[in-house]
Design a protein around this ligand. Structure first.
Ligand SMILES: Nc1nc2c(ncn2[C@@H]2O[C@H](COP(=O)(O)OP(=O)(O)OP(=O)(O)O)[C@@H](O)[C@H]2O)c(=O)[nH]1
Length: 754
């Protein structure tokens, strides 16, 4: 087989050291360095030269060959291989090959094998060069070695490919090495015997059997204990290799013959494995039935495989130790909870995420009440038990994405992410307080304790963990002063922090004036026709520093400061303008839904703003829809009723948000002209798998139908959810399955495509 690289320049001045032949070159794109090292470790016996080429250009040369030729790595890598040929040159597998040294001498090598696509990188070629024959005997040896080395190369190649595919840790890697090594040097079995750290015992970790084609771990038996174990221990301790061609002829094997006969072993190679500088065990290759005169390349391969096993097991041990250390450093040994260090490390990771996702985060500072007296009355050990039991109860309050840590003593902190509204923070704090109420049965006693909780909210009370913790601590202190066994939100008057609140207020004023409050739009799609029936306008604050902020965060502040009026007026006008623009563009056939909070519903001037906006734009009022939360209609029914009555007269649609979230009286459905009810996304999220969510969804749909109400499902994310809803007769769906909320321009493009 001709192996001369075809892509190299045809007539090169071979002896030239002209650097113009150095192509722009990045080794990493050709071959992983680790892969090359594994490869050259395993194949490169003390006298084997290896060159790796990519399209005729040298990418790697092993140490042995570099030493022979007198070149440095950097002098060869990146050059066409012809650079090494004296005058003209060629390379034919199975033949001799002549290469020039740096000093101008010419050396001859035996070209054992040329492997195309040897490594993961298609197009890579590996040349294996052995010392050129010095006489008849060596020539014969070389030609005998050739098929063996080709096989080694073949299995090595497989080994590397597999190790890349699996990459699942030391155990699969070990199996791959055992199997490939057994095949590469054609033995019946290859086993790794690991030695205990006190060097007192060995254990067969894995054994590959070529005949059975499977792995097992050899069970030591009495014959092993008496005849083989002493040999293993002696080899491990002395770091000696034991290479035997015929166990019946070799006097060193005589003592252990019984074991070899019992196992049918005729020849073996036992090679010590080092883990770092410590003995790790032995890699043992065995041959049954026939003696075997081990060739040098086979012994080299075995030694290199043992080195690889040692390296992998060393890396695995280090990774284990690192993980253990990291766990210890980040966890509290009493409760097993993450500790303060973990919290700060985590904070570095999740604060940017929270900001990027425009989410909120609540920090709960939890401190047990009167814990000291438990210690004093019953002793530290009972105190410890109580801390463990309290931690366990707190864990039950934690949701999937939350982080609970023990800060120290009787203090814990919970970070709850992704709060869609502030009521959830109240609910969580209430749960924390309540979870401590039941008596703790500890060491035959019943102990009663309570907890005080302080809450701080990101980004309003702080944008870093230190500040949030401090504010939550202040709020917790206020909960204690108010009588303990309760929670408090951080409020400006609860300590320093008023500065921040007033900055925020100023920010919000500016936001209204500078149009930082913007609408995103999410379509609601008819499940029968696939048409867009409605577009919900979702108000967001595009804060120049803090990113997107949800209304659940800024509306309470807007209500507190009276800014809500300006915001509502703007919402009405902008919604009508946008709808008008879409109508002018020919996008119609859908309504526009606007969310109204409780305080907006009580603002009588809102009606005037709405009428102005409708007059100014000419948008027909029936194309508007108001979305009001069920709780809002219920809690403020008398105050809101006159506004809602007016809406009825104007034929503005009314839809009830978060329908079914816990209010039992449905009388308002008859009282007001409700057009639609929306199934809260918290129920839709569990569809179709969660039994309760299925039952609630089905109940809402069957309740709405006789009342002539349309049902809209919010938060639909998967085809399975959509299919379930469609089958159950849900009319309309909205959610990421169709699209996330979009800007007006994005929505236009989306609509044209759908
Ligand atoms: N058993 C036990 N006690 C601890 C541990 N770490 C700290 N403590 C004790 O926990 C107590 C916590 O103090 P405080 O929170 O001020 O005591 P308290 O009685 O709960 O006071 P209030 O919070 O004001 O109700 C101190 O007495 C600490 O010595 C621990 O690991 N185990």
């Amino acid at each position: 087989m001709r192996a001369r690289p075809s892509s190299g320049p045809a007539a090169l001045p071979a002896m030239s050291a002209d650097s113009s032949y150095l192509a722009p070159f990045d080794t990493a794109t050709f071959l992983f360095p680790a892969e090359w090292h594994t490869f050259s470790d395993l194949l490169g016996g003390a006298d084997t030269g290896l060159i790796c080429l990519k399209e005729g250009v040298i990418t790697h040369v092993n140490r042995h060959l570099l030493d022979q030729l007198g070149f440095d790595d950097t002098e060869l890598v990146g050059r066409p291989v012809e650079f090494l040929f004296p005058e003209t040159g060629s390379a034919t597998e199975g033949d001799d090959i002549r290469l020039r040294t740096k000093s101008g001498k010419v050396l001859r090598f035996h070209f054992v094998a040329n492997r195309v696509d040897a490594l993961h990188d298609a197009g890579s070629t590996i040349w294996i060069l052995r010392p050129e024959s010095h006489g008849a005997q060596t020539e014969e040896a070389a030609s005998q070695a050739t098929p063996g080395m080709k096989r080694q190369l073949h299995y090595l190649n497989r080994l590397l490919r597999l190790s890349q595919q699996t990459n699942t840790g030391p155990e699969p890697a070990l199996k791959i090495i055992l199997k490939s090594s057994a095949k590469a040097i054609a033995v019946h079995q290859c086993a790794f015997w690991e030695v205990a750290s006190d060097l007192a015992s060995t254990r067969c970790v894995a054994l590959y059997d070529d005949i059975r084609q499977n792995f097992s771990a050899e069970e030591p038996d009495p014959v092993f204990a008496e005849h083989f174990h002493p040999l293993l221990m002696q080899l491990v301790r002395g770091e000696q290799q034991f290479i035997v061609a015929d166990v019946d002829q070799d006097p060193r094997a005589a003592l252990h013959c019984e074991y070899f006969h019992a196992r049918g072993i005729k020849a073996l190679m036992a090679i010590p494995v080092q883990r770092g500088n410590e003995p790790a065990g032995l890699l043992i290759f065995t041959i049954r039935a026939q003696p075997r005169r081990w060739r040098k390349d086979e012994a080299d391969f075995a030694r290199n495989a043992a080195a690889l096993v040692g390296r992998i097991s060393h890396q695995a041990e280090r990774a284990r130790e690192d993980a253990q250390l990291r766990h210890l450093a980040h966890h509290d040994s009493l409760t097993g909870l993450p500790n303060r260090h973990f919290l700060f490390d985590q904070a570095a990771d999740f604060f940017p995420k929270v900001t990027a996702e425009a989410k909120t985060l609540a920090a709960f500072f939890i401190d047990l009440d009167g814990f000291k007296s438990v210690n004093d009355a019953f002793g530290h050990a009972v105190g410890d038990e109580l801390l463990k039991a309290a931690a366990l109860r707190l864990k039950n309050v934690v949701r999937k994405d939350d982080v609970l840590v023990r800060l120290g003593g009787d203090e814990f902190m919970l970070l709850a992410r992704n709060l869609s509204n502030m009521r959830i923070a109240d609910d969580i704090a209430q749960q924390i307080v309540e979870t401590m109420h039941g008596a703790f049965a500890l060491q035959g006693r019943e102990l009663q304790i309570s907890a005080s909780v302080g809450i701080a909210i990101y980004p309003f009370d702080g944008t870093d963990i230190d500040t949030l913790m401090k504010k939550a601590d202040i709020a917790m202190y206020h909960a204690k002063s108010a009588g303990r066994d309760q929670y408090r939100m951080f409020a400006p008057q609860s300590g320093e922090g008023s500065g921040k609140r007033s900055t925020l207020e100023a920010d919000l004023r500016r936001a209204v004036e500078e149009h930082e409050l913007v609408h995103f739009y999410q379509p609601q799609v008819d499940l029968k026709t696939g048409k867009v029936r409605c577009v919900e306008a979702l108000l967001r604050w595009r804060h120049p520093r803090d990113g997107i902020i949800l209304p659940a965060i800024f509306l309470p502040l807007a209500e507190e400061t009276g800014l809500i009026h300006d915001i509502s007026a703007r919402v009405m006008h902008e919604a009508c303008d946008q709808l008008n623009e879409w109508i002018m563009q020919g996008l119609h056939g859908f309504t526009l839904a606007i969310n109204l909070s409780a305080s907006q519903l009580m603002d009588r001037s809102l009606m005037t703003e709405l009428e102005d906006a409708l007059d100014r734009t000419g948008v027909p009022s029936h194309l508007l829809e108001w979305e009001v939360k069920e709780s809002t209609v219920m809690q403020h029914s008398s105050m809101a009723s006159s506004l809602l009555d007016h809406v009825t007269d104007m034929q503005i649609g009314l839809s009830i948000d978060d329908f079914g979230t816990g209010y039992s009286s449905m009388a308002y459905l008859r009282r007001y002209p409700v057009r639609k009810v929306k199934i809260d996304s918290s129920f839709v999220g569990g569809l179709p798998g969660e039994r309760d969510d299925r039952a609630i969804t089905e109940a809402i749909i069957s309740m709405a139908r006789p009342l002539g109400l349309e049902v809209v499902a919010e938060g639909v994310e998967t085809p399975q959810q959509m299919e379930f809803l469609r089958e159950r007769g849900c009319d309309i769906a909205q959610g990421f399955f169709f699209t996330q909320p979009l800007t007006a321009e994005q929505l236009e493009t989306w609509m044209i495509r759908h």
